[in-house]
Ligand binder design. Structure first.
Ligand SMILES: [Zn+2]
Length: 358
C-alpha cells in the first residue's frame, strides 16, 4: 500500500509554481503559439499512449458487472473454441444464444427453446464454479465448444448461412433473454444439467451410462412420451459379421471372434431403463456405452436381430446418452402445453428453477 503525504505534495507544487511563475501559460505573453507543429507535438504522445498501452486485463476468468439501467448482472465467460483453437471472453448471454442455436432446432416450440436456454446457462455457470467437468481439456477456459465435452456453439453468421433466417435467430435470442438469470438448482446448488437429443421413450440413470459415477438424485430415469414422432427416435443399421470382426479386432484384439455372429455377439445385461448394460464380443466383455462407440450407434437402447446371412440388424432407439432432459421430449411436452419450468422439472427430478443473484 502506498501512502501519500498531501501536504508535501502541495508544498512541492507551490515551490515549482513559484520557480516557474514567469512561464505561466495563463500569462497571455507566454502562450505557446498554435502552429500545426506545436499541436502535433502535443497530440502525438497522447495518440501513442492510447495505441501502445494495452487495456488492463482482469485476472479472474469471470467478470461480473452490474448493469445499472437494466438492474441485471452481466457476466462474461471464457470459452475455448475448439474448432478454431482460440480462447475468447464473451458475454454469457451472447454465448448462450449460440449454444441454443447449435444444440436445438429453432423450429422447436418456444418453451422448449427456453428450457434449453436455462439448461445451457446452468451448464456453463456450474462449470465456472468448478462443480462438474474439467477445465484441463480447454486450457483453463470455463467451457469449450466441443459437444462431446461441453456444449455445441455456432456463430450468428454460420446459423444464417446453414440453419435459419434472421427471424429464427431472433426467436432464439428471445428464448435466452426471456429466461435471463434463470437457472436450475438442487438443494441450493447448481445442477449438472445433462441433456440429449432423443431418449427413445425413457431416459437413463446417470450411473448406468458412465462407470465410476455415483447416483445423482435429479438425474433419474423417467418415461418420456411422444418422442416416436421425431426422426431421431429410431435408426436401423445392418452390420456384416466381417465388419464387426474388423472393428472389434482393432479395439479389442483379445476378443478373438469366430465365424458365427450368433455365437460371439451377446447382450449379457440390461439397465433398468432397458438399455444395454454389458455385452459379450467373443471373449471380451464391454459396456453398453463402449458398444455404442465401437459401432457408432445413436444410443444404447438397442434391439438386436441375427439375420440369415450371418449379419446383424441393430435397431437403436433414441439419440444420445439418454441422461437428463430429452430435447425432442421437451419439444413434445411444449406441444402438449408444458412451459419451460414444467419441462425442466419433468426431466430433472426434484429440482428448483429460480433466478440466480450474482
Ligand atoms: Zn469442454
Amino acid at each position: 500500500m502506498i501512502f501519500i503525504n498531501l501536504n508535501m505534495v502541495r508544498n512541492r507544487y507551490s515551490a515549482y509554481y513559484r520557480r516557474n511563475r514567469k512561464f505561466n501559460i495563463f500569462d497571455r505573453s507566454n502562450r505557446i503559439p498554435l502552429t500545426a507543429e506545436n499541436i502535433l507535438l502535443i497530440v502525438l504522445p497522447l495518440i501513442l499512449m492510447l495505441v501502445l498501452i494495452p487495456p488492463k486485463k482482469e485476472d479472474k476468468p469471470a467478470v461480473l458487472e452490474k448493469e445499472a439501467s437494466a438492474g441485471k448482472a452481466s457476466v462474461s465467460i471464457v470459452v475455448y473454441n475448439h474448432a478454431d483453437a482460440v480462447i475468447d471472453e464473451v458475454p454469457l448471454e451472447d454465448y448462450l444464444i449460440g449454444v441454443v442455436a447449435a444444440e436445438m432446432p429453432h423450429t422447436f416450440n418456444f418453451e422448449a427453446l427456453k428450457a434449453q436456454a436455462v439448461a445451457a446457462r446452468t451448464f456453463v455457470l456450474s462449470r465456472m464454479q468448478g462443480l462438474y467437468g474439467s477445465k484441463e481439456k480447454h486450457y483453463g477456459a470455463d467451457v469449450c465448444t466441443d459437444p462431446g465435452h461441453c456444449q455445441s456453439w455456432i456463430s450468428r453468421e454460420r446459423f444464417l448461412e446453414s440453419y435459419g433466417n434472421e427471424d429464427d435467430w431472433q426467436k432464439i435470442c428471445r428464448a435466452v433473454s426471456e429466461t435471463g438469470n434463470i437457472v436450475i438448482t438442487y438443494e441450493g446448488v447448481l445442477i449438472n444439467p445433462l441433456y440429449h437429443s432423443n431418449s427413445g421413450g425413457v431416459t437413463e440413470d446417470i450411473e448406468d451410462v458412465w462407470t465410476n459415477v455415483d447416483e445423482v438424485p435429479y438425474l433419474k430415469s423417467v418415461y418420456s412420451p411422444y418422442e416416436e414422432d421425431y426422426s431421431q427416435y429410431e435408426k436401423t443399421t445392418v452390420f456384416s459379421w466381417d465388419e464387426i470382426k474388423s472393428k472389434v479386432g482393432k479395439r479389442y484384439p483379445e476378443a478373438k471372434l469366430g465365424n458365427e455372429a450368433v455365437q460371439d455377439f451377446e447382450i449379457l445385461s440390461w439397465s433398468s431403463s432397458g438399455r444395454v448394460d454389458k455385452a459379450r464380443l467373443g471373449s471380451a466383455i464391454i459396456t453398453g456405452t463402449e458398444l455404442r462407440e465401437l459401432l457408432g450407434l445413436r444410443s444404447t437402447n438397442l434391439e438386436i436381430n441375427f439375420l440369415a446371412d450371418n449379419s446383424i440388424e441393430i435397431i437403436s432407439r433414441g439419440y444420445g446418452h439418454g441422461v437428463g432432459m430429452s430435447q425432442c421430449g421437451a419439444d413434445a411436452l411444449a406441444s402438449h402445453g408444458y412451459d419451460f419450468e414444467e419441462i425442466l422439472k419433468f426431466y430433472y427430478t426434484g429440482v428448483t428453477v429460480e433466478e440466480i443473484r450474482y
